[in-house]
Design a protein. Structure first.
Length: 174
């Protein structure tokens, strides 16, 4: 069974579906908030030209999903599966951001729970790469059960902290 990198996933708070080119305007409206990116390694991603690169890479990845608030149908962010490694039974979840109106844990937790539940149908390991100075995301990873597992260079050669969640330690309702 091959890994479905762009499933439609639904929870009580949000829905995830494959990112489409016509999502540009709604997603950029969320991403244009500089405070979302202040601790991120690409802290100027709120700028349109920089975000266009993110959006292009997301579309090319084949694993990007848009997050939609289940209550009102508004776009609230995005996330992505990438780097499927069948031999090591591993996938990366990342490139996640949410509108500040949806910060605080509940939406991120549900998003990651939905994505992890789906991923563990195909792999035994999920990794998350987080910038070393992005303390907000590191705390969020710990809240959802991520365990620090060293460091790794990302596709752009930047050092990141690796968090890992395994199928054997995943608590779907936690």
């Amino acid at each position: 069974m091959s890994f479905d990198l762009q499933p439609a996933l639904k929870g009580a708070l949000l829905e995830l579906r494959p990112l489409r080119p016509e999502d540009w305007s709604d997603l950029y409206a969320v991403a244009s908030d500089p405070l979302i990116w202040e601790q991120h390694p690409v802290s100027d991603r709120y700028k349109e030209d920089v975000f266009r690169g993110y959006f292009r890479e997301a579309m090319e990845s084949g694993g990007a999903m848009i997050a939609i608030d289940a209550k009102d149908g508004r776009v609230i962010g995005a996330s992505r599966y990438q780097g499927y490694d069948e031999a090591n039974s591993e996938i990366e979840i990342g490139w996640t951001f949410l509108a500040r109106t949806h910060w605080g844990g509940a939406y991120n937790k549900e998003m990651k729970q939905l994505m992890l539940r789906h991923a563990f149908r195909f792999v035994k390991n999920v990794v998350f790469l987080v910038g070393p100075r992005n303390m907000r995301s590191q705390r969020a990873m710990e809240k959802i059960g991520g365990v620090r597992a060293g460091s790794r260079l990302d596709a752009h050669g930047k050092e990141n902290v690796v968090f890992r969640i395994t199928a054997s330690t995943f608590a779907p309702g936690a």
